[in-house]
Design a protein around this ligand. Structure first.
Ligand code: CS2
Length: 478
C-alpha cells in the first residue's frame, strides 16, 4: 500500500494516533509573517501559534524561507502541515497547522513585503541567524557588507535581510497606520535593539526611504521587542521520516525533531495587540537582559566551546563532546571559573542552570550536530563568549578560558585550511582560509584578531587577551 502524504484530507483519520490541531487549519487567518523558516521555527514559534489558534483564529503564520525553495515547496504540498516529534520517553508526535503559507523570500520579495504591509498582520518574527545582522564593531549597520552595500542603492532592496525587511516596512507605511512588532528570535545580545538600529540606519541611508522619512514613521508605528528563545532542535535526520511514518502512517517531508524543553521570553514592547503566546507558555517581561545573559553566556557559549574541540577530535555531535571527559572538564571550568563569576546579577541559580544545560546537551535522543554548531564561529564567539571576557578583564582577571575557546576555533580554521576547506562554514571563511594558508603558527591568530571582527576591538586590541589566545594555542599544541 502506498503511504499517503500528510494533507488536510488525512488529518481527521490520524486522530488517536498523533495529536492533531484542535482547530480547522483551513479556516484560520494569518496575523504573523515569519522569515527564516527552518527546523527551529517549526519547532518553536510555530508550536506557540498552533497552541493558541483554537482560541485566536487570527494568529496563523505566513512563513518564508530565505532561499530554500525546496522546503517551502514541500510544506506547500502538505498545505503547511508538518509533524513535530518530541524526543522524550513517549516520543510524542504532534501535527502543527499554524503555518498557512510557505514561500521563499528570495523568490518572492514583493509578496513578502505585501504580506508584512497587510493590516491584519500584527507581528513579524525572524530566525535568520547572527550573520543576517551585519554590524560594525561599534554596533552600526555594516555598510561594507556587500549585500547591504548593493541593497542601499537599489530601488527595491531584497538581497539582505535588513534591506528586505526595511522595504517591507516601507510598504506597510504606505498602506496602514496599524502598529506592528518586529521580533528577532536570533541568538544576539539585545536582538530587538540591534534589529531596530540596523533597520533605522538602513532607512536613513537609502535615498527613497530617507526622502519618505520612513525612520520617523517607524518610530511611531513599529516596535522591536527583544526576545530569548530556547529549544534544541537538531538538523534533519534521515531516520525521522521513517519514525513519523510509523507513528502517524503518513509521509511528511517537513517533520522536525526537538527536545521537550522550550522557552520564549519576550520584552513587553507592543504598540498594538500583543500576540497571545503567553497562553502557550511564552512570558512577557519588562526586560529580557537577565534571561538573555544567562542563556547566551551559559547555554550558547557552552555549545560553542564544545564544538571545536569536538570537531578537532573527529566527533559528530554534541553528546559525544559533552560526555568526553577532557572536553567536558574544559567546558565546566569555563562555566565555573569565568562565565558564572562574571555574569551580571540574574535571578536564577546559574550553577543549577548550567547543570541542566549540560544534561540537555547529553540527551541521546537529540543528536545536535557539531558541524552545525561550529558554523559561523566568527559571529557566535562575538555574541556568546566575548562579553564574558570583557567583564573578566574589567575586573582584572585574564580570561584564559574564553581565550582558549577562541584558540580552539583558530585551530579548527587552520585544520580546515590544511585538510578540508569545505568544512569551514563562516561568512568570513574566504578570508580565514587565506590567512591560515599564508601565515604560520602564532601569526595566524594575530592576523585573525587584527582583521576579522570575531571579538570587539576592546578584546582584539588588548595585549592581555592577545597573549591569552596565544597561550591557548600553545597549550593545545603540546
Ligand atoms: C546553538 C543554538 O546552533 C547553535 O549555535 O547554540 O542553535 C542552540 O541550540 C539554541 O539557541 C538552543 O535554544
Amino acid at each position: 500500500m502506498v503511504t499517503p502524504e500528510l494533507s488536510p484530507e488525512v488529518l481527521a483519520g490520524l486522530r488517536g494516533r498523533v495529536r492533531i490541531p484542535d482547530y480547522d487549519p483551513e479556516s484560520v487567518r494569518v496575523g504573523q509573517v515569519h522569515l527564516g523558516l527552518g527546523g527551529f521555527h517549526r519547532a518553536h514559534q510555530a508550536v506557540y501559534a498552533d497552541s493558541v489558534l483554537a482560541r485566536h483564529p487570527g494568529c496563523a503564520i505566513s512563513a518564508y524561507t530565505w532561499r530554500n525553495a525546496e522546503l517551502a515547496d514541500a510544506l506547500t504540498a502538505q498545505d503547511g502541515l508538518f509533524t513535530v516529534v518530541t524526543a522524550d520517553e513517549d516520543r510524542e508526535a504532534r501535527i502543527i497547522g499554524s503555518i498557512r503559507r510557505a514561500r521563499s523570500a528570495a523568490a518572492h520579495p514583493a509578496r513578502f513585503a505585501a504580506e508584512v504591509a497587510d493590516p491584519a498582520v500584527t507581528v513579524v518574527t525572524l530566525t535568520v541567524t547572527e550573520k543576517a545582522y551585519p554590524q560594525t564593531s561599534d554596533g552600526h549597520l555594516d555598510t561594507g557588507n556587500p549585500a547591504i552595500a548593493r541593497d542601499r542603492v537599489r530601488e527595491e532592496p531584497g538581497e539582505s535581510v535588513i534591506g528586505l525587511l526595511t522595504r517591507a516596512l516601507a510598504e506597510r507605511a504606505r498602506r496602514t497606520t496599524r502598529p506592528l512588532a518586529v521580533i528577532s528570535c536570533d541568538n544576539l545580545s539585545g536582538n530587538g535593539l540591534v534589529t531596530e538600529r540596523l533597520v533605522h540606519e538602513f532607512a536613513q541611508q537609502h535615498p527613497v526611504y530617507r526622502e519618505a522619512e520612513l525612520s520617523a514613521w517607524l518610530a511611531g508605528h513599529v516596535t522591536f521587542p527583544s526576545t530569548v528563545v530556547d529549544r534544541i532542535v537538531p538538523g534533519p535526520a534521515e531516520a525521522l521520516g521513517a519514525e513519523v511514518r510509523g507513528l502517524s502512517g503518513v509521509r511528511d517531508a517537513a517533520a522536525v525533531l526537538t527536545e521537550p524543553y522550550r522557552q520564549w521570553i519576550i520584552e513587553d514592547r507592543f504598540l498594538g495587540e500583543r500576540p497571545p503566546w503567553d497562553e502557550a507558555g511564552a512570558v512577557f517581561v519588562p526586560e529580557v537582559a537577565p534571561y538573555e545573559q544567562l542563556k547566551l553566556r551559559v547555554l550558547n557559549a557552552a555549545h560553542t566551546a564544545l564544538a571545536y574541540p569536538g570537531l578537532l577530535a573527529g566527533q559528530d555531535n554534541v553528546r559525544e563532546a559533552v560526555t568526553d571527559p577532557a572536553i567536558r572538564a574544559g567546558v565546566e571550568d569555563l562555566i565555573d571559573q569565568e562565565i558564572i563569576p562574571h555574569l551580571p546579577v540574574v535571578e536564577a541559580d546559574p550553577a543549577a542552570y548550567a547543570a541542566t544545560v549540560l544534561r540537555r546537551f547529553a540527551n541521546p535522543e537529540v543528536p545536535y550536530s557539531l558541524a552545525k554548531l561550529g558554523a559561523d564561529g566568527s559571529q557566535k564567539i562575538r555574541q556568546r563568549l566575548a562579553p564574558t571576557a570583557v567583564a573578566a578583564l574589567e575586573r582584572g582577571h585574564p580570561p584564559h578560558r574564553v581565550a582558549a575557546v577562541l584558540a580552539s576555533w583558530i585551530r579548527w580554521v587552520v585544520h580546515c585550511a590544511r585538510e578540508q576547506p569545505d568544512r569551514l562554514m563562516d561568512p568570513h571563511s574566504a578570508a580565514l582560509l587565506e590567512i591560515a594558508r599564508t601565515h604560520r603558527d602564532e601569526s595566524v591568530a594575530l592576523r585573525i584578531l587584527d582583521t576579522i571582527p570575531v571579538v570587539p576591538e576592546r578584546l582584539s586590541a588588548d595585549p592581555v587577551f592577545r597573549e591569552e589566545v596565544l597561550a591557548g594555542l600553545r597549550t593545545a599544541s603540546r
